[in-house]
Design a protein around this ligand. Structure first.
Ligand code: MOS
Length: 701
């Protein structure tokens, strides 16, 4: 071994992204950047009606247009197999079974693909394609009182409901009550890099160059759909310009595979920004009823968190907002429920902090209302209601550092100097206020495999089917591997995003870095043992492999969570109703932090999204057409630089006691509670509660 040894402890030290230079110089190639000989381009046609049947696709007219190679639709597309379980052990959203029938379940449903020699020819032809529909009445109106709402299964709540105690008696016996309805808007991921995939046949092997949160997820899905041996499907995803939950198996990868199978040359299908709004999932709007009953000091006697979201007629996806109530605070009577309504809309999906982002807005706003009614400081109120064990599971917490976050946050934010009375601080035509909220996100882990190779030149190569969706995962894994190998990170290269590297968890649920790090650490430690035994490294190197399945399965059952405390200061313009966030502080307990540089970015990004959720984001559906109004980044408002003045994220000492590196996961946590802290600050500024997001100027006035 010629590698330079360094002191231990790279994990926890700021480290510049290993791919940062490639990304800012344009050397990093994204899915749409790769060129192939004979590359053809596919453009999708999406339905313009919200419900009905395709009567005819006038393919002949566009087939004669310049460069057009094929027009695929339900009448001629290859058949696929849609009855399978994906790598998450759930049935796939049948939306990926492209062009299999003539039914249209929502506006923006994929109905045809035009393949042409150039992207421009494909686009022109698809815009000329005439499709006749037989329209049926549709319903896209989500409301808290929708008559078709039903309790929905979720993994944590198989009956849709989790409860203990007699809720109504406990509420009746409570001297202080909060009973309110909170709503959040339909929100979209809108990451910078739109979805794109190129598919080609290499003999009997299918190659797909993609942008995804799990190359094995996509490879397995394609193998199942096209009834192929999974070993014959190879998916790569080297760089990903954002994912947030939306980059799994989607229509475009399937379209690219169908097209390359038909035209026998490589085919790329890239979605347009507008197509992303109906084809790549989104966060359902929610309506959440919270009922809290407490004693006069704010000790909770009853908690009810009843959440409603919507899904498509094709697939049941539930935004599990009430699971915040399940975990956060205890009470003798505790009822949580997730309900869903099926509408003629695209299927929603995971979007950063699924359930927890909207759920924390409702619950943490209601806690603030309870604090006001009891005349108790909002932080003190929370300290009076911490669970000794999982409120509904009864399981012990692995550790519980919510209070440490509030203590550190309060000190740094200046909370002790706050006058709790609302509507007192003026600055010209602005009124000022501050607010706080708690944050929680499950610290999950899933089995993964990795390999570590000692190369003959003294460097090391890690291979793992991880995905760096912009989080800095590739860099974090480099530090973890360097620590486990006891070498400098400069001697370690981490290869990711390749389905040939074996099973590993997707980049999702804040589980990626933690789960992958476990496998990388095991493989690296094993390699060191080999090396101390073998000494000489042959030209092909020495490789050790690891699979964490047994270790993960042996974890004792516990409530494992990251926590946080969010603080916000806002100014509200009394003339225009505009809300400006002046500063935000988030203090988190999120396990051992691998790379403070990218961790801070992750958390600040989540908090920024919280500002956006609180004040800007709202996808609006037109009831008449069933489509979304202005599905693009001009009409769908997000927080911009000018809306995000001073956001600071930091953390307290925390570790996961059962993880070899102590990691918990930080991906989702930053957005949780952020919107509630802002809404609570708006109340403190104005004396008016805002229970419907976003807090638009017309709602403030
Ligand atoms: Mo995250 S919503 O699991 O990508």
């Amino acid at each position: 071994m010629t590698a330079v040894k360094t002191a231990r402890g790279r994990v926890g030290t700021p480290y510049i992204r290993v791919d940062g230079r490639d990304k800012v110089t344009g050397a990093a190639r994204y899915a749409g950047d790769f060129s192939f000989p004979e590359l053809a381009h596919g453009a999708l046609a999406l339905s313009t009606v919200a419900r009905g049947r395709i009567r005819s696709v006038q393919a002949a007219a566009v087939a004669a247009m310049p460069g057009v190679l094929a027009v695929l639709h339900h009448g001629n597309a290859p058949r696929v197999e849609k009855n399978y379980s994906d790598v998450l052990s759930v049935p796939p959203d049948p939306t990926v079974a492209l062009f299999q029938h003539d039914r249209v379940p929502h506006v923006g449903w994929p109905v045809a693909l035009v393949v042409a020699t150039t992207a421009e020819q494909a686009r022109e032809a698809v815009e000329s394609l005439v499709i006749h529909y037989e329209q049926e009445p549709h319903d896209v109106a989500f409301s808290a009182e929708h008559p078709d709402a039903y309790a929905a299964d979720t993994p944590l709540m198989p009956s849709g409901v989790a409860r203990k105690g007699d809720l109504e008696s406990a509420l009746a016996a409570s001297p202080v009550l909060v009973d309110e309805l909170y709503t959040t808007a339909e929100e979209h991921h809108g990451m910078m890099e739109p979805h794109a995939a190129t598919a080609l046949w290499d003999g009997d092997r299918l190659e797909v160059v993609d942008s995804n949160q799990g190359s094995l997820w996509v490879a397995h899905g394609l193998a199942m759909l096209f009834s192929m041996d999974p070993a014959k499907v190879h998916v790569r995803s080297e760089h990903v310009g954002g994912g947030f939950g939306s980059k799994g198996l989607r229509a475009h990868q399937v379209a690219a595979v169908m097209a390359t199978t038909v035209v026998r040359r490589p085919v790329r299908v890239a979605l347009t920004r507008r197509q992303m709004f109906s084809l790549t999932g989104y966060r359902s709007p929610t309506a959440q009823r919270i009922r809290l009953g407490s004693d006069l000091e704010g000790r909770l006697l009853a908690v009810q968190h009843d959440a409603l979201s919507m899904t498509s007629t094709e697939y049941e996806f539930v935004e599990p907002s009430s699971e915040v109530g399940w975990r956060m605070y205890d009470a003798g009577a505790h009822h949580t429920r997730n309900r869903v309504v099926r509408l003629d809309v695209p299927t929603p999906t995971w979007m950063r902090a699924p359930g927890m982002a909207p759920g924390s807005f409702a619950l943490e706003s209601a806690l603030d209302e309870l604090a006001e009614k009891c005349g108790v400081d909002p932080i003190v109120l929370r300290t009076r209601n911490l669970p000794a064990a999982g409120p509904l599971s009864g399981l012990p917490f692995s550790n519980h550092n919510l209070l440490a976050c509030f203590a550190e946050g309060a000190r740094r934010f200046g909370w002790p100097d706050r006058d709790p009375r609302p509507g007192l601080r003026r600055e010209g035509h602005w009124v000022l206020g501050t607010g706080t909220a708690g944050a929680i996100y499950p610290a999950g882990v899933a089995p993964s495999t990795a390999s570590a190779t000692a190369e003959a030149d003294g460097t090391f190569t890690i291979r793992i089917t991880a995905s760096d969706i912009g989080t800095g995962a590739r860099t974090a894994l480099t530090l973890v591997a360097a620590d486990a190998l006891e070498v400098a990170p400069e001697h370690v290269r981490v290869l990711i995003g390749d389905s040939d590297f074996g099973p590993a968890v997707i980049a999702g649920g804040s589980m990626g870095t933690r789960s992958w790090s476990w496998a990388v650490t095991m493989a690296a430690r094993r390699l060191r043992k080999h090396l101390s035994r073998d000494g000489i490294i042959p030209p092909e190197g020495i490789t050790a492999r690891a699979d964490t399945s047994a270790e993960v399965a042996a974890l004792p059952p516990k409530e494992r969570h990251s926590f946080g405390a969010q603080f916000a200061e806002v100014a509200v313009d009394t003339a225009t109703g505009e809300v400006r966030v002046r500063r935000m502080l988030g203090i988190f307990a999120a396990g051992r932090i691998v790379n403070p540089l990218t961790a801070r970015s992750q958390l600040v990004g989540g908090m920024t999204w919280g500002i956006s959720m609180a004040l800007h984001e709202e996808a609006v559906r037109d009831r008449a057409t069933g489509g979304q109004i202005g599905p693009d980044l001009a009409n769908y408002h997000v927080a911009t630089h000018a809306d995000v003045p001073d956001v600071e994220a930091d953390w307290v000492d925390d570790t996961d006691p059962d993880d070899p590196v102590g990691i918990k996961g930080i991906g989702e946590l930053g957005i949780v509670g952020a919107a509630a802290a802002i809404a609570n600050a708006v109340w403190h500024a104005t004396g008016v509660r805002h229970r419907n997001l976003p807090i638009r100027p017309d709602r403030v006035l």
